[in-house]
Structures are given as structure tokens and as C-alpha cells.
Design a protein around this ligand. Structure first.
Ligand code: PLP
Length: 387
């Protein structure tokens, strides 16, 4: 046997690739079932919708199944039309993605050349750094403030070679958020040739925070990125979208794969946009679940980072990875966040009431804590991490 075949000469990869630490997804339920040999497992690790999926979306997919021998609509006309009507943007302002991760990568490939820079925050969603590194770009990580984005510092960190600023509102994994006044001040400071990517993956949960859409009219250098993976309950299908200026959109669509969103995903997402009742139920369940978790954590004298998303970052005051492992052994999957620079935290997604209860109880067990009796005055509440 020719040894050069067994040991092929590997070409050096593109700049930045070898240094990439791959994204760590949440552990799948089936994998843990195989490992532990138990059935009773809950997954609160990937910020998925515990209510599942809109039944209209499921029906739309079933109908679309009869046509999967055909390529999907590469323009995504029906979904874009539904989005256009719902959010008041033109069809030419919409880019569809195979998940919003696809959009983030498209942005990097379209706008960031080798050795140009992008700004993002400490503790920000990991995909920003990955997308920048993959194109040989330089990431500028700005220290967080109270675990959240420090927008004035991020604006100040922009250099002449900076092409893109990535911001998540609220941020994952911290759940931190900012309001309209802070964002308005930030946009006013950003040079008009720097693209601002506002990632609103969780915006449906607290829409009252602020409406970012009016900023699109004022700022051609703003791109709003959203997803069907979270509140819409379609994580497995991989659909996300961007709303931006027509010029920016036109460029992204040149780089985009022609059939990057499949036909089942298009059909389901189109139906999901219109199912406002499902979104309302998801929002209400999430809010109640957040109150339930916060009350339970208070009884354990634990603190957390205040969140406006569908998860909480809980300070376990010891090695979060170890606590994650212990919860895993008891069939509760959460997310360790040591790779986000938060070694003494774990992130838990808000689930169904019984799942939240099981998490709280199991966490108390692995930490060796006994819940204190709640004091109606709130006097026993542990101090939160911020505020
Ligand atoms: C979950 C998440 C996304 C969504 O990713 P998809 O590729 O659409 O599933 C994007 N941004 C943030 C901050 C997220 O937490």
C-alpha cells in the first residue's frame, strides 16, 4: 500500500481555520438515553420552545411533503411575502437563511476580508467569533459590563479596518438586554460604512422591550437578524431571516446558496409567521416559567443574571461544568458556559412547569441545598448578580 495515500499531505487550511474551537451544541436527549439507559430525561439546554411547534406549521409541512422531489423556491416568495406583511419591510429587504447562523456566516463572507476586523462583546453568542475567524478576519472582543454588551465601549472599539459589529439583544448565553435609547445612541456613533448586525433571536419573548424595525429606515448600515428556531418552535428545520437595506440584501443574496432553505422549512415558517396565538401562548408560558425559576432559585439562595429571553444563567458558585455533569447524570440536560468565560454559571432554558420544577429540585440535590421557605415580603431573596 502506498503510504502517501494513508498519510496524505494535508494542505494548510485558510487563515484562522485551525484556531477555531467548534461550536458546542446541547447534548441530544437520545444520546443521553443511550449513555444512561434511562428514559426520564429532560433537555433544557438549547433554548427550544417547550410547547413544540404551531400545528399550522406541521400541517403546512405535511402538505409540502408531496412535492419534495422538486427543488424549493430559491427566492422563498411566500415566506418573504408573509414576513413583508408582518414586519412592514419590502421583499427586496429580506434574506432567508438556513437558520440565522447561515445569515451570520453570509454577513462575514460578504463583508469581512482577510485581516479586516469585526467587533463583538465578551460573553456574546459564540457564532460571531467563529464566523469572523472562518473568513480570516480579526475579532475585537469588547469587555462586557454587568455581563451585558457595553455599547458605548463597542462603538469606541471600532477601528478603520472594522467592517461589522455583531450585537445580540437579548444576548445568549447571558440573557442581558439594552433598550431603545442605548441603541439609538450607539447607532448614531457607528460610522455609516460599518454594518451593524442586530441579532434578535429571542425578540418574540419580550417584544415590549423595543421595536428595532423603525431604525432600518434611518440606517442603511443596520441588519436585523431573526430566527424561527426559538419562539416559533422550528429549530430542527433551520430557518432564519435578515431585514436590511436593499443594497446590503442584494449583496448577501449573491453569496447565498441558491437553495439554502428547504421546502419543508419554507412551508412551516410561512404558516408559523401567521400563528400569533401560538406565539402568545409561548410568551405567556415563558414568562410564567421565568417567575417559577426565579422564585425557586431565591429559595435556594442562588442568584442569576436577569434575562429577557427564554433562559437564565444561574450562578452555582462553583465549577459550572461539574454541576452540568452531575445534572446530566440525573437526566437533566442544561448548558455549561465555561467556554463563554462564565465558569461558575450554568444556563438553563425555561421549560414546561414540571420540567422547571424537576430542574430546581435536581439542582438543589446536586448542590446539597435545602429550599428556604419563601418569604412573601421577598426579604429572603438573594441578591441578584446585577441590580
Ligand atoms: C439560537 C440563536 C440563534 C439562532 O440560530 P439558528 O441558526 O437560527 O438556529 C441566533 N442568535 C442567537 C444569539 C441565538 O441564541
Amino acid at each position: 500500500m502506498n503510504s502517501s495515500l494513508r498519510h496524505p499531505q494535508i494542505q494548510p487550511a485558510n487563515k484562522g481555520i485551525a484556531a477555531i474551537t467548534p461550536y458546542q451544541p446541547g447534548k441530544p436527549i437520545d444520546e443521553l438515553k443511550r449513555e444512561l439507559g434511562i428514559d426520564n430525561i429532560i433537555k433544557l439546554a438549547s433554548n427550544e420552545n417547550p410547547l413544540g411547534t404551531s400545528k399550522h406549521a406541521i400541517e403546512a409541512m405535511q402538505t409540502a411533503l408531496s412535492d419534495i422531489s422538486r427543488y424549493p423556491d430559491g427566492f422563498g416568495f411566500e415566506l418573504k411575502q408573509a414576513l413583508s406583511q408582518t414586519f412592514g419591510v419590502g421583499l427586496a429587504q429580506l434574506t432567508l437563511g438556513n437558520g440565522s447562523n447561515d445569515i451570520l456566516e453570509l454577513v462575514a463572507r460578504t463583508f469581512i476580508a482577510e485581516n479586516q476586523s469585526a467587533v463583538y462583546s465578551q460573553h456574546a453568542f459564540a457564532v460571531y467569533a467563529l464566523a469572523v475567524q472562518a473568513v480570516g478576519g480579526v475579532g475585537i472582543e469588547v469587555p462586557a459590563k454587568d455581563y451585558g454588551h457595553d455599547l458605548p465601549a463597542m462603538a469606541a472599539a471600532i477601528r478603520p479596518d472594522t467592517r461589522v459589529v455583531f450585537i445580540a439583544n437579548p444576548n445568549n448565553p447571558t440573557g442581558t438586554w439594552f433598550d431603545e435609547a442605548v441603541f439609538a445612541q450607539f447607532m448614531a456613533q457607528v460610522p455609516s460604512d460599518v454594518l451593524v448586525v442586530l441579532d434578535e433571536a429571542y425578540v418574540e419573548y419580550f417584544p415590549e422591550n423595543f421595536n428595532s424595525l423603525p431604525f432600518l429606515k434611518q440606517y442603511p448600515n443596520l441588519l436585523i437578524c431573526r430566527t424561527f428556531s426559538k419562539a416559533y418552535g422550528l429549530a430542527a428545520l433551520r430557518v432564519g431571516f435578515a431585514m436590511a437595506d436593499e443594497g446590503v440584501t442584494n449583496l448577501l443574496n449573491r453569496v447565498r446558496q441558491p437553495f439554502n432553505v428547504n421546502s419543508l422549512a419554507l412551508a412551516a415558517a410561512t404558516a408559523a409567521v401567521g400563528d400569533t396565538a401560538f406565539l402568545e401562548n409561548s410568551r405567556a408560558l415563558n414568562l410564567a416559567g421565568m417567575h417559577q425559576l426565579e422564585a425557586g432559585l431565591r429559595q435556594l439562595w442562588l442568584d442569576w443574571i436577569p434575562s429577557r429571553a427564554n433562559f437564565l444563567c444561574v450562578r452555582v458558585k462553583q465549577d459550572g461544568m461539574g454541576i452540568y455533569q452531575k445534572l446530566l447524570q440525573k437526566g437533566v440536560i442544561v448548558r455549561p458556559v465555561n467556554n463563554y468565560g462564565l465558569p461558575e454559571f450554568i444556563r438553563v432554558s425555561i421549560g414546561l412547569p414540571e420540567e422547571n420544577q424537576r430542574f430546581l429540585q435536581t439542582l438543589a440535590e446536586v448542590l446539597g441545598l435545602t429550599p428556604a421557605v419563601a418569604d412573601a415580603s421577598g426579604a429572603q431573596a438573594a441578591d441578584r448578580v446585577t441590580g
